[in-house]
Design a protein around this ligand. Structure first.
Ligand SMILES: NC(=O)c1ccc[n+]([C@@H]2O[C@H](COP(=O)([O-])OP(=O)(O)OC[C@H]3O[C@@H](n4cnc5c(N)ncnc54)[C@H](O)[C@@H]3O)[C@@H](O)[C@H]2O)c1
Length: 257
């Protein structure tokens, strides 16, 4: 049985992960954590997520080190916000707990800090700005298309998300830029990203390759956040069974792409 702790258990994604975990026969929620002062602290994580009572109380992140010691998870899953995730990964690393991080919006310094603690503590880690299987195939298609079209084509990215999303551009759009820039030998700031924040859009990304004569567009539309939560359970299984100690892996590794 894989023992899992969820950080951000009261959030949109955290609740879906708790629900997904309750349906997996090889996984068990053993701890649920959210920010200090969150109104739902003390409530049952399963009941809050609509999965029925799971007997796991939501506790404050300032007690994370103690909670990990008591509940002994194999993996900590983090869907919070960038600065919180850096701290949570540090605490998990110190406790020897592997991590699956879906949180986005890291600065280059925060990303370096996370990679450093994972390397030093030799824990296993999957970090991905987008856990959906479809988006990871989209990344692969973007790479292949860039390779086939070449640098005669200009590139622009349009991404759209719900109005509550904190970071812009999205981590997924930033990853698409990295992939194309690497393929073209360009600096990343050569590729423009247009971000739309409207209503309840789950997540849409369009990569446009263009010349004056034609356009090639690659589009991914997430219709439900369940797709990210389902991907997170794949990442949990992978990190425990096949993750490489001290190395940050991503969904491309999990999915064998
Ligand atoms: N990788 C993916 O597939 C994927 C998919 C969707 C969203 N995301 C990202 O996941 C993150 C969360 O998204 P969301 O829509 O669930 O946001 P949300 O705001 O609904 O939830 C975030 C939760 O984290 C909690 N939190 C804040 N600080 C914390 C701390 N120190 N410890 C524990 N919990 C803390 C908040 O109180 C909140 O309940 C964002 O960065 C988002 O971009 C990633």
């Amino acid at each position: 049985m894989i023992r899992v702790a969820v950080c951000g258990a009261c959030g949109r994604m955290g609740k879906l992960i708790v629900r997904q975990l309750s349906k997996q026969s090889d996984m068990k929620l053993v701890a649920a954590i959210d920010a200090p002062g969150t109104p739902s602290l003390g409530e049952d994580a399963g009941e809050l997520a609509g999965a029925g009572k799971l007997g796991v109380e939501i506790v404050s992140a300032d007690k994370l080190a103690d909670v990990l010691k008591e509940s002994k998870p194999d993996v900590l899953v983090d869907f919070t916000k960038a600065d919180a995730a850096v701290q949570n990964v540090k605490t998990a690393s110190e406790a020897g707990v592997h991590v699956v991080v879906g949180t986005t919006g890291f600065t280059a310094e925060q990303r370096d800090e996370i990679e450093r603690v994972i390397r030093e503590r030799k824990i296993r880690a999957v970090i991905s700005p987008n856990m959906s299987v479809g988006v990871n195939v989209f990344f692969k298609s973007v790479k292949e298309t860039a390779r086939m079209l070449g640098t005669d084509y200009g590139v622009e990215i349009v991404e759209a998300h719900h109005a509550q999303k904190r970071d812009a551009p999205s981590g997924t759009a930033r990853r698409a830029v990295q992939i194309i820039a690497k393929e073209f030998g360009w600096s990343e700031d050569k590729i423009k990203i247009k971000s739309i924040r409207e209503g309840d859009i789950v997540g849409e990304h369009t990569v446009i390759f263009f010349t004056p004569e034609e356009r090639v567009e690659i589009i991914h539309r997430a219709q439900s956040r369940e797709t990210f939560a389902a991907g997170a359970t794949k990442a949990i299984r992978y990190v425990v069974k096949k993750g490489k100690p001290g190395v940050v892996q991503d969904m491309q590794d999990v999915l064998g792409l």
